[in-house]
Ligand binder design. Sequence first.
Ligand code: KG4
Ligand code: ZN
Length: 341
Amino acid sequence: MAENPATILAIETSCDETAAAIVKDGRFVLSNAVYTQILLHREYGGVVPELASRNHVQKLTYVVEQALREANMQLSDMDAIAVTYGPGLVGALLTGVTYAKSLAYAAGKPLIPVNHMEGHIAGNYISHPELEPPFLCLVVSGGHTQLAVVEDYGEYRLLGETRDDAAGEALDKIARVLGLPYPGGPALAELAKDGNPNAYTFPVSFKGESHLDFSFSGIKTAVINLLHTIEQKGGTYRRDDIAASFQKAIVDNLVRNTVRAFERERIRNVAVAGGVSANTLLRETLTAKLGKRAKLYFPQLAYCTDNAAMIGAAAYDGWVRKNFADYSLNADPSLDLPEKE
Ligand code: KG4
Ligand code: ZN
């Protein structure tokens, strides 16, 4: 890949992290600055879009300066500016897109538009520079749950996706019901450590069906109904048992479809991407079920949740293909993974 060397400054503002990073040749992270707004949104139990946008505007310059400083580089050393333009919160995306356009214009650099979900997948290239397409990828974040074959750089074949909630969204929701702070996924995983994962059994979605789609809202509703029933009867429950059993139900669904996809596609390399790929139970269960048959790839924790290094990694393909945007680039809040024709 180093036939086309490129040092790219990447900007990410699709949700509640203001992030900038410098990445060389799509694989090597020279700096990775993230300003997280978690504490700001925690007070409200979830991301408040208006607050997210306002904070991105306030922090962008600082975060970009930090990325340059940490790499000991100047804007003039960059070959291109990359930015996430979707999917995500429209106002939040727009802050990054507008900032990146201005920076590209002022510095006279090409602008590379990046799909946030391709960014998550590309997080694996940073942690595993030897990884190349084709590979199977389970993409699990707060807004998405998808199984796709990465046929080539920038070319995907979607095998299945969620028909309702994303896995991270369901984890966040039940965490909130259990009184845990935002973001719920890691807090729920922590609580689950002391619980019994077999204390409760929740429904297996699409039992007996052979497609590769996901559904998590039924499991989520089952938990909420169970808690209501116990409370109505004046009973008690252990929060850690609920957390452990629910986490197991979500993970079992994710792993079942991933194993099925692997058996169908016969692609030896299997990667996981997105915020939920940080989850220990998911990593352990997938390793137990597939580790002997497939080569598994998980991003390092810093590249699981939102960051700009993964955007810089994904942008390298745009650089090689000269897929540059002009100044009419707009945010696309519901951007899909580009599918193979
Ligand atoms: O990819 P991401 O940072 O943002 C989106 O693009 O959505 O994913 C955020 C999601 C949240 O739902 C969060 O609760 C979940 O990833 N998450 C986790 C863990 N770390 C983050 N879920 C389970 N276990 C974790 N360790
Ligand atoms: Zn994300």
